[in-house]
Design a protein around this ligand. Structure first.
Ligand code: 3H9
Length: 696
C-alpha cells in the first residue's frame, strides 16, 4: 500500500492497481483528490507489472461531485480536465467501482474510465442543475452517447439519480457487483478484461446515439415545450439543452468547448451563486448552535392529534407515511368521520396518479385510529394540537393534555401565530411544550417551523428536529413572535400588496410583477385560490375592507367563479373591469388618490419590507441565521429558489440600496418602512446578512 497523498492510496492486487480515495464526507473532487488520482495513475501507468486499474472510494460514497466549496476560489492542483485525460487516454484498462452515489463531476470521472461496475444500492446522476450549473466535465457530451439524447436531457435537466439496476439497462454501467464486495468484483472484472484482451472503450468514440438524433431536429423544441413550466425562470436547463444540441451536431472536441463556455457563464451568474448558497443553507438549517450533538432523543413511536380538520388530517398523513401510528381526537363524531375520510380520499387520489399502491393505502390506514376521548392520548409519545386559532381554546386543551398525557410526552401546538409561551403556561410542564407549525396542505408542503418556547427543553427540540427529518420535512428552528418567521414576513408583503392597489396598481399588475420575479403566483391570485371569505361573516360584514366588499358582491374567489379576477369554467383568470371600478370607488371612499405605479416600485414595495422584517427577526434572535429565513421562504412560500431567499436577495442587490429605498418610502409613505437597526448597521458598515454569526 502506497500513500499517494493524504487522501489517496494505491495498492496492488495481483496485476491490478487499486486507487482508493478517502476524503470524507462525500469524496468531493477537491484539489487533493484530483492530485491524488493523477499521481496514482502516473504511478500505475509507469509500473510495468500493472495491467489494469480500479478507481474506488472509501466511506459512504463514490465521488459525489466537484468540491462546491472550491467554486469561486483561485485554481489549485491538477485540473479536473487533466485527471480525466490521464484516465481516458490510459493505455491500460481503467474501471470505476461505484458505491453510494456517483454524482456530477464524480460520474463524469467514471464516464472517462473505460468500464464501470457498481453495487445495486448505488445511484448515479448529473445533478448540477440543482446548483444552477450544467455538467461541466464532459457529462453533457458523454451521457447522450450512452443513454441517448432524450434520456440524457431528462436526467440532466431534472438532476435525478438513477439506481444501479436502471444504469445497467441503459449502459451507464457495465456490471453489477454483489453488495459489500465491490473491490473484489471490480478486480475480477479488470482481470477478465485483460485476459480477454478487450479493446479499451472510450465513450467519446461512441457516436451512434447522437448521430441518430441528428435526423430529429424537433426533439429539442419538443422537450423545451413539454417542460416550459418546470423550467420557468431557470437558466441552467436551457444551457443543458444547448450542450446536448452541440453533442448531436458537433464533433466531441467542439461539443466539449461549447460545454465549457456555457458552464463558465452559468458559474459566473447570479442564479448559480444563489443555488449554491441555498445548497449549504438547507443543510445548515438542521444544525442548532448550542444544542449538544449527544442530546438524548426521546422515542416517538405513537402520535396523537387533536383536531381532524384539514390541518389535523394532513399532519396525520406525515406520520402514517413514516410508519408511525396516529390516534386522532375530535369533539364531534361527524368531524372525526370527515377527517378520517379525507385522509383515505387523499391516499386514493395519490394512488389514482400511480404514486401509491392500493396495499399501501390499507397499510397506512391500519395505523390510524380516532375517537372523541382525550384519555386515549394518555400514553402517546407526541401530541399535536391542530384546532382553530383561539388562545382560550388552546389553553384549555393544553391544561387538559397536561392532566392526561404521560410524563415525558411532547406537547406540540400547530399554531401559526399565537404566543406559544402563553399556551405552555397553561401546563405544569412548559419544558415539554413546543410549536410544530406545519403548512397547508400539511401532507405536501415541505416546511416545518419548529417553534422554541422560552422553556422548551433541549431534548424536545433535538427530538422534534430529528422527527421532522424522519417524516421528510425541512425543519427550521424559530422563536416565539407573532407569525413566527414565515407569516410575519408574509404580512409585510401582503400589507404592501393591499396598499399598492389602493394607490393605483391593479391586482393583476402586482401579481404579474411577483410572478415574473419567480413566485408561482401573486398574492391576489393566491387569495382567490384560498377563498376571500376565509374568516368572513355575511351578517357582520360592513364593507370596511375591499375583501369584505368583494365577498358582499359574492366574489368569494375561484370557488364562486369570481374574486379579484373573473374565472371561466376552466378556472382561467381574467382581469375584471368590475373589480377595477370597485377598487377605484373603494380607494376614493378611503381618501386615496391614485397614480401610475411602476413595476419597479411594485417589486421594491413588496420585497424590501420583507427583507427589513427579516432583519428585525434576526435582531430579536427569532431566527438563528439569515439563511434559515431563506429556507423558510423557499420551502413554505414559493420564493424562487434561484434567488436564494429574501435575505440572500438583499445581500445580492446590496443592503445599502435596500436601506436607501426603505428610507425614501418611510419619508413618502410612513413609519411602516422604518429600517431595522440591523439593516442600518450592516448597510453602513458594508456588510451582509451572510457575514453575521448565528444566534445562540
Ligand atoms: C459538479 O460536479 C460540477 C462538475 O460537473 C464540473 C466541474 C468542472 N462539495 O447532503 P449531505 C457536504 S457540481 C462539497 O448532508 P447526504 C455537505 O455540505 C457538484 N461538499 O449528506 C455536507 O456537509 P456538512 C455536483 C459537499 O448523505 C456533507 O457533505 N454534485 C458536496 O444527505 C454531507 O452532505 C452534487 O451536486 C460537494 N459536492 O447526501 C451533489 N456534496 O456535513 C451534491 C455534499 O458540513 N451532494 N457536501 O453539512 C448531494 O447531493 C448529497 O450531499 C449526497 C449525500 C447525495 C452526496
Amino acid at each position: 500500500m502506497t500513500a499517494i497523498n493524504s487522501v489517496t492510496q494505491l495498492h496492488r492486487i495481483d496485476r491490478v492497481a487499486v486507487i482508493s480515495i478517502h476524503f470524507p464526507p462525500v469524496n468531493a473532487l477537491s484539489a487533493a483528490v484530483r492530485d491524488g488520482i493523477h499521481g496514482a495513475m502516473q504511478a500505475a501507468l509507469q509500473d510495468a507489472a500493472i495491467e489494469a486499474v480500479v478507481l474506488i472510494c472509501e466511506g459512504s460514497t463514490f465521488i459525489a461531485g466537484a468540491d462546491i466549496t472550491e467554486f469561486g476560489k483561485p485554481p489549485a492542483g491538477v485540473s479536473l480536465a487533466e485527471v480525466q485525460r490521464i484516465l481516458e487516454e490510459a493505455t491500460k484498462p481503467v474501471i470505476a467501482a461505484i458505491h453510494g452515489t456517483a454524482l456530477g463531476g464524480g460520474l463524469e470521472v467514471a464516464l472517462v474510465c473505460h468500464w464501470r461496475i457498481a453495487v445495486p444500492s448505488a445511484r448515479l446522476g448529473l445533478p448540477e442543475v440543482n446548483i444552477g450549473l450544467l455538467p461541466g466535465a464532459g457529462g453533457t457530451q458523454r451521457l447522450p452517447r450512452i443513454v441517448g439524447v432524450e434520456k440524457a436531457l431528462e436526467n440532466m435537466t431534472s438532476g435525478s439519480h438513477v439506481r444501479a439496476g436502471e444504469a445497467l439497462e441503459s449502459g451507464l454501467i457495465d456490471e453489477l457487483a454483489p453488495e459489500g464486495e465491490l473491490q473484489a468484483a471490480a478486480v475480477t472484472f479488470a482481470q477478465r478484461i485483460v485476459a480477454e484482451k478487450r479493446p479499451l472503450r472510450k465513450i467519446r468514440d461512441q457516436n451512434e446515439k447522437v448521430l441518430a438524433a441528428r435526423d430529429q431536429p424537433d426533439i429539442f423544441d419538443k422537450f423545451r415545450q413539454a417542460n416550459a413550466r418546470k423550467f420557468r425562470g431557470l437558466e441552467a436547463p436551457e444551457r443543458i439543452i444547448q450542450c446536448v444540441e452541440a453533442a448531436v451536431n458537433l464533433p466531441i472536441e467542439q461539443g466539449l468547448k461549447r460545454e465549457r463556455q456555457l458552464f463558465v457563464e452559468l458559474m459566473q451568474g447570479q442564479q448559480s451563486a444563489a443555488l449554491r448558497y441555498y445548497f449549504f443553507a438547507s443543510r445548515q438549517a438542521w444544525q442548532v448552535p448550542g444544542l449538544a450533538k449527544d442530546t438524548p432523543l426521546l422515542p416517538v413511536e405513537t402520535v396523537g392529534i387533536l383536531g381532524a380538520g384539514t390541518m389535523g388530517a394532513g399532519i396525520a398523513m406525515n406520520f402514517l407515511n413514516a410508519g408511525i401510528p396516529v390516534h386522532i381526537v375530535e369533539t364531534r363524531q361527524e368531524a372525526l368521520d370527515r377527517g378520517l375520510a379525507t385522509i383515505r380520499s387523499n391516499y386514493e387520489n395519490t394512488a389514482r396518479k400511480g404514486r401509491l399502491q392500493l396495499a399501501d393505502i390499507e397499510q397506512r390506514m391500519a395505523r390510524l385510529t380516532g375517537s372523541l376521548d382525550l384519555q386515549q392520548l394518555a400514553d402517546v409519545d407526541l401530541v399535536i394540537e391542530a384546532v382553530f386559532e383561539n388562545m382560550d381554546v388552546k389553553k384549555d386543551i393544553f391544561r387538559r393534555l397536561d392532566q392526561t398525557c404521560k410524563a415525558g410526552a411532547i406537547l406540540a401546538s400547530n399554531t401559526s401565530a399565537l404566543d406559544l409561551n402563553e399556551i405552555a403556561s397553561a401546563t405544569s410542564r412548559p419544558e415539554s411544550v413546543i410549536g410544530l407549525h406545519f403548512f397547508s396542505p400539511a401532507n405536501v408542503m415541505k416546511l416545518l417551523e419548529v417553534v422554541r418556547g422560552t422553556h422548551t427543553s433541549d431534548n424536545i427540540i433535538a427530538t422534534s428536529m430529528q422527527l421532522a427529518k424522519k417524516i421528510g420535512k425541512v425543519a427550521v428552528l424559530v422563536g416565539v413572535c407573532p407569525g413566527f418567521v414565515g407569516n410575519r414576513i408574509l404580512a409585510q408583503r401582503q400589507r404592501e400588496a393591499n396598499a399598492l392597489i389602493m394607490e393605483g396598481a391593479m391586482p393583476w399588475a402586482v401579481d404579474r410583477v411577483l410572478y415574473q420575479f419567480g413566485f408561482p403566483m401573486g398574492p391576489f391570485a393566491m387569495s382567490d385560490l384560498a377563498g376571500l371569505d376565509l374568516g368572513w361573516n355575511k351578517e357582520r360584514s360592513s364593507s370596511s375592507t375591499l375583501r369584505e366588499v368583494l365577498c358582499e358582491m359574492d366574489r368569494r374567489g375561484q370557488k364562486s367563479g369570481a374574486g379579484f379576477y373573473d374565472y371561466d369554467e376552466k378556472r382561467t383568470a381574467a382581469p375584471s373591469r368590475l373589480v377595477e371600478q370597485t377598487i377605484a370607488d373603494f380607494a376614493k371612499k378611503k381618501g386615496f388618490s391614485t397614480r401610475e405605479v411602476s413595476d419597479e416600485e411594485i417589486l421594491e414595495r413588496c420585497i424590501y419590507p420583507m427583507i427589513n422584517e427579516g432583519a428585525k427577526i434576526l435582531e430579536e434572535g427569532m431566527a438563528l441565521r439569515a439563511c434559515d429565513i431563506d429556507v423558510v421562504w423557499v420551502n413554505g412560500y414559493g420564493w424562487p429558489i434561484y434567488r436564494g431567499g429574501p435575505m440572500f436577495y438583499g445581500d445580492q442587490i446590496g443592503l445599502d440600496k435596500v436601506l436607501a429605498r426603505m428610507q425614501q418610502f418611510e419619508q413618502q409613505l410612513g413609519p411602516q418602512f422604518k429600517p431595522a437597526k440591523l439593516l442600518v448597521e450592516l448597510a453602513s458598515s458594508g456588510r451582509k446578512f451572510s457575514d453575521l454569526a448565528p444566534a445562540k
